[in-house]
Ligand binder design. Structure first.
Ligand code: PBG
Length: 328
């Protein structure tokens, strides 16, 4: 054939391929989500094979290993004992609660590690919802917005006081980014960043996570605050609001099934963009690999590369350590 264009020339050797590679994954792209509990022993999580609920000592060690592999940050998710759950989610603002203690332990042991906390009420709420719940006259469940935002502000403050570098509101209440920004600033925490879950979808991929924390809603679902998976223009609307309200970084969640949302928000904003490869995405790869149907290491890296290529600057992934080791 008489071809002027032969794209395969750019793929002819590993060195040429390296030269023209457009997206390069590095450990510094990752944030490692870690589950914690208030017990002395680490505990395997049945709903998420390969993940554990860490004791404070276990957390410090695990985060240290991740940091040594080049991972810049971790995000914490607490499993709260039923005795400490209530309909007012009071434990969420306790300055001596599990998360503030974990933040202090991490910052003392690893000062350069970026410690991010999750701001939402579901682990502390006996209803399992991210916000405070009220019953309408007909008995229907209502998730209160403005009342919840007040609690979220106090929760974010308790994390900031403990030394958190970033707080991550994952609750999807309206106006919470602006309110948390104002509360942090009033208390002198203007250096604490807000990583906003901007486009968090009402996704069935969160199932295993709720098992890990025993935090599933006792009744109903989260569709009156998390976004409809069918919508993308609405994600741009949420982005505009988060930008106005002072978010430092925005997030799309889940990641893999929402690459179009990542790509769109990347075009629409100059803020750093994070994406969360959630528990269900993790388990699809884990379970298929355990059955011998997929090559785990290769598929993990490809899934993360796809999320980065779509436009994510930061990827929250349970595979962070495994992938960082592979990239070393
Ligand atoms: C709760 C929260 C959830 C996740 C992160 N923060 C679950 C939910 O909204 O129900 C899910 C993470 C995952 O599935 O890995 N605010």
């Amino acid at each position: 054939m008489n071809l002027h264009q032969r794209p395969r020339r750019n793929r002819k050797s590993p060195a040429v391929r390296a030269m023209v590679r457009e997206t390069i994954l590095t450990p510094s792209d990752f944030v490692y989500p870690l589950f914690i509990h208030d017990l002395e022993e680490n505990e395997d999580i049945t709903s998420m094979p390969g993940c554990r609920r860490w004791s404070l000592a276990g957390l410090v060690k695990e985060a240290g290993e991740a940091h040594a592999l080049g991972i810049p940050g971790v995000i914490l998710f607490p499993a709260i004992d039923d005795d400490f759950k209530s309909s007012g989610a009071e434990e969420s603002v306790n300055p001596e609660g599990l998360v503030p203690r974990a933040v202090r332990a991490l910052k003392a042991a690893h000062p350069s590690l970026v410690v991010i906390t999750d701001v939402a009420l579901d682990p502390y709420n006996s209803d399992g919802q991210d916000g405070l719940v009220s019953r309408g006259e007909n008995g229907a469940l209502e998730i209160l917005n403005d009342e919840t935002v007040e609690v979220l502000c106090r929760q974010a403050l308790s994390h900031a006081e403990a030394g958190a570098d970033m707080v991550g509101p994952s609750d999807m209440m309206d106006g919470r980014v602006g309110a948390i920004r104002a509360a942090l600033d009033r208390a002198g925490h203007e250096q604490v960043s807000i990583l906003s879950y901007t486009a968090k979808y009402a996704s069935s991929y969160y199932g295993p996570f709720r098992g890990a924390l025993d935090s599933a809603p006792k009744e109903g679902d989260k569709k009156s605050y998390q976004m409809d998976p069918a919508n993308i223009r609405e994600a741009v609307r949420e982005l505009r609001l988060d930008e106005e309200e002072g978010a430092d970084m925005i997030m799309v969640k889940p990641a893999g099934p929402y690459l179009d949302v990542i790509a769109t928000l990347r075009e629409e904003t100059s803020l750093p963009l994070a994406a969360y490869q959630v528990s269900g995405e993790y388990l699809m790869i884990k379970s298929a690999s355990a059955a011998g149907w997929l090559d785990e290491k290769a598929v993990v890296l490809e899934s993360l590369l796809g999320i980065k290529r779509a436009g994510a600057d930061v990827i929250l992934t349970y595979f962070a350590k495994e992938a960082a080791r592979e990239l070393a």
